[in-house]
Design a binder for this molecule. Structure first.
Ligand SMILES: *Cc1c(COP(=O)(O)O)cnc(C)c1O
Length: 570
C-alpha cells in the first residue's frame, strides 16, 4: 500500500511549478508566483479535479528576511524539515547531468480539502548520499546560484518531474507549465513520442511536436523580454551532453539562446497570460502565437481573515466553495461588516505595535503596501513629494510596509532602506512601520487589517498582481495604478480608486512617476481621507462592493474552472 495508490487510478493533469506556496511551514515559495500556485492546488483539491502538482523541495527555502535599524536586509536560510511536513516515497529516478547520474527522490504532501477531496503534491529532492556533493545541493535554494545551478534545477523539475510521475504510476493527460522554469519537460515528452522511422531526410521528422503540443498548456507570467529565462547553448551542451539534438532545440527555443518561454510556446497547444492586459502585452511580444488570457484569482478560504469568515458563514453560507455567493454581500448588515473589519484591524495594529515603536492607532486610516521589493513596484512613489504627503496625511494616515528583495536585487534593497529613511524623516508626523519577513501569514494580517491596499507598479509590468484580490476578500479597497488585474476589477469610487491615467494613456517614455504621484496625492487628500472620516456609510458600501464585485470574480475557483474548460479539456 502506498500513499499514492488512490491517486493513480485515473489520468491526471500534471501542474509543474518551480515554487508552490501552500503554507509558511513549507517555505518553498518566493512571492506571487508561488502563492498563486498554492492557491491553484487548493482550488483543484476543493473542486476535486484530477490534479498532480510537481515542484522542487527547496530545502533551504527562499530566505528568512531580517532588517537592521537602518533598513539593511539580512538574509538567513529558511531551513525547514521535510521529514516533519512531507511523506517520503520509495521511488527515485535518475537524470544525467555533466556526465554523471543525479538521483532524485520524491516526497508527497497531501492537500486535503474540507470537502473530502484531496490532491497529492510531489516534491523533488537531490539531497541523497549517493549523489555527488555538488548535486546534493541542487534542490536547496529557490532561485539560488547562477545560470548553471538554475539550468540544472529546471532540468530536475521538467525532465526529472516527468520521469518521476511515470515511475510513480501516474498517467498524465495534460502537462501545465506554470512559467518557463518547467519547459524542459517538453524535451522529455518529445523523447517519449519519438517516431520509429528509419530513413529520414530531416531529423526533425522523427520528433513528433504535434503530439507533445496536444498534451501541453503554458502559462506565462512575465511582461518584459528580460524577465524570460534564457540559457546559452554552451552551458546546455556542458550539462546535457547529447540528451537532445541542439539543431532541433534551436528551432524550438531560439537560435542564439534557449528561451524557456519560447520553448513552452512552441510546444503548447494552449498558451495564456494571467490578466487580460498581460495577454495583450504578451501577444505583442510574441507575434505569431495565439495568446489567451485567464485572469488570476486567490483561494477565498485561505485569504479571508477569521472575523470576516464568521460574518460570511452567517450570511453567505457556502461562500468558500462557491465564491459566486459573494453576489449576496448586501445581506450583511453594515454594522457587522464594519465590526468584522475593525476586529481584523485591531489585531493587525496590536501586532505592528508589538513589533515596532510605531504606536499605531486603530482609529486612524491605515494604508498597506506589501509586496516584493523590486524597482517596478515603486514602493517609494508615495514619498515623491514628502512635504505634500505630510500636509495631506499628518495625523490622518498611518502606513504599514512589508516585502523582501531578491538577494541579488540591489535596487530592491535600496528601496527598503529608503522607506526606513522616510520613516525617520516623518517621525512624529506620519506613523510608518516596516514588518520584516513578508510571508503568507503577514500577507493575510496586512491585507485584512488595513483600510486601503496601495499598489503603484510601473505599467505594464504588473502581469496580474494578487495581493489586491486578498484585500478585496476582506472588504479592503484597492487604491492602485491601472495595471494587471486592477484594470478589470476597478470601478472608480465603487470598488476602489485608480492612480494615474487609463492604461491607454501612458506616455511612450513611460516616465509616469510625476503624473502618478500627483493623482495619488489628489485622491488621497481630497477623496479618500474625507470619505473615511466623514462618510462611514459610503465607505462600508464600497467595502461591500470590493467583496461583491472583486472577490466574487478574482478567486482561484473561478480561475480553475476556466483552466478546465478553456485549457485542459481541449
Ligand atoms: C500574495 C502574495 C504575494 C503577491 O503579491 P503581489 O502584490 O501580487 O505582488 C507575494 N508574496 C506573498 C507572501 C503573498 O502572500
Amino acid at each position: 500500500m502506498s500513499i499514492l495508490d488512490k491517486y493513480i487510478t485515473e489520468p491526471k493533469i500534471a501542474y509543474f511549478s518551480m515554487e508552490i506556496g501552500l503554507m509558511d511551514e513549507i517555505p518553498t515559495y518566493s512571492g506571487g508566483l508561488g502563492v498563486l500556485a498554492g492557491d491553484t492546488v487548493k482550488s483543484a483539491a476543493d473542486l476535486n479535479l484530477p490534479f498532480v502538482p510537481v515542484t522542487l523541495i527547496s530545502r533551504k527555502g527562499y530566505f528568512y528576511q531580517e532588517i537592521d535599524v537602518q533598513g539593511h536586509q539580512i538574509e538567513r536560510p529558511a531551513v525547514w524539515d521535510p521529514e516533519k511536513m512531507l511523506k517520503k516515497t520509495s521511488v527515485k529516478v535518475t537524470l544525467m547531468m555533466e556526465g554523471r547520474d543525479v538521483v532524485i527522490q520524491s516526497w508527497v504532501y497531501i492537500v486535503q480539502s474540507p470537502r473530502g477531496s484531496s490532491v497529492p503534491v510531489i516534491y523533488l529532492d537531490t539531497d541523497l548520499p549517493e549523489n555527488h556533493p555538488d548535486d546534493r545541493t541542487l534542490t536547496d535554494h529557490l532561485y539560488g546560484g547562477g545560470d548553471d545551478y538554475r539550468l540544472k534545477q529546471e532540468a530536475i523539475l521538467g525532465i526529472g518531474g516527468v520521469r518521476m510521475l511515470r515511475k510513480l504510476g501516474f498517467r498524465i493527460k495534460k502537462y501545465h507549465m506554470n512559467e518557463g522554469h518547467a519547459a524542459f519537460l517538453t524535451l522529455e515528452l518529445l523523447h517519449k513520442f519519438k517516431k520509429d522511422i528509419e530513413a529520414v531526410w530531416d531529423e526533425s521528422q522523427i520528433w513528433d511536436t504535434e503530439a507533445v503540443k496536444d498534451l501541453c498548456v503554458f502559462t506565462t507570467h512575465t511582461p518584459v523580454e528580460a524577465g524570460h529565462d534564457k540559457f546559452s547553448y554552451e552551458l546546455y551542451n556542458k550539462v546535457f551532453g547529447d540528451y537532445f539534438p541542439e539543431k532541433i532545440l534551436k528551432r524550438l527555443a531560439g537560435d542564439s539562446k534557449i528561451n524557456m518561454t519560447l520553448l513552452g510556446f512552441n510546444l503548447s497547444k494552449y498558451v495564456n497570460g494571467v490578466a487580460k492586459k498581460h495577454g495583450e502585452v504578451s501577444q505583442s511580444m510574441f507575434p505569431g502565437y495565439i495568446i489567451n488570457a485567464i485572469t488570476n484569482g486567490v483561494h477565498s478560504y485561505t485569504w479571508t481573515c477569521d472575523s470576516m469568515k464568521k460574518v460570511f458563514d452567517k450570511y453567505l453560507l457556502g461562500w468558500a466553495n462557491e465564491p459566486e455567493i459573494f453576489v449576496r454581500v448586501g445581506a450583511i448588515p453594515d454594522e457587522e461588516l464594519w465590526a468584522a473589519h475593525m476586529e481584523a484591524k485591531k489585531k493587525l495594529i496590536y501586532y505592528v505595535n508589538s513589533l515596532s515603536d510605531a504606536g499605531m492607532d486603530p482609529d486612524t486610516l491605515t494604508i498597506g503596501f506589501a509586496r516584493r521589493a523590486t524597482a517596478y513596484k515603486r514602493a517609494d512613489l508615495l514619498f515623491t513629494d514628502i512635504k505634500r504627503l505630510e500636509k495631506i496625511g499628518k495625523g490622518k494616515i498611518q502606513i504599514i510596509y512589508a516585502g523582501k528583495a531578491h538577494p541579488k536585487d540591489t535596487v530592491g534593497k535600496q528601496l527598503i532602506e529608503k522607506i526606513f529613511a522616510y520613516k525617520q524623516e516623518l517621525k512624529g508626523k506620519i506613523k510608518i512601520a516596516f514588518i520584516q519577513n513578508y510571508n503568507m501569514e503577514v500577507a493575510l494580517k496586512l491585507a485584512s487589517g488595513v483600510d486601503i491596499w496601495l499598489n503603484t507598479p510601473l505599467r505594464p509590468l504588473e502581469a496580474s498582481g494578487t495581493s489586491g484580490m486578498k484585500a478585496a476578500h476582506n472588504g479592503v479597497m484597492n487604491f492602485s495604478v491601472l495595471d494587471g488585474w486592477w484594470i478589470e476589477g476597478h470601478i472608480e469610487g465603487f470598488t476602489g480608486w485608480s492612480i494615474g491615467p487609463a492604461p491607454t494613456e501612458i506616455r511612450p517614455d513611460n516616465n509616469m512617476n510625476k503624473i502618478d504621484a500627483e493623482d495619488l496625492y489628489h485622491k488621497l487628500g481630497d477623496i479618500i481621507i474625507p470619505l473615511y472620516y466623514n462618510d462611514r456609510k459610503t465607505w462600508v458600501r464600497m467595502m461591500q462592493n470590493a467583496i461583491g464585485k472583486n472577490a466574487y470574480y478574482f478567486n482561484s475557483h473561478r480561475m480553475m474552472r476556466r483552466y478546465v474548460t478553456e485549457a485542459y479539456i481541449r
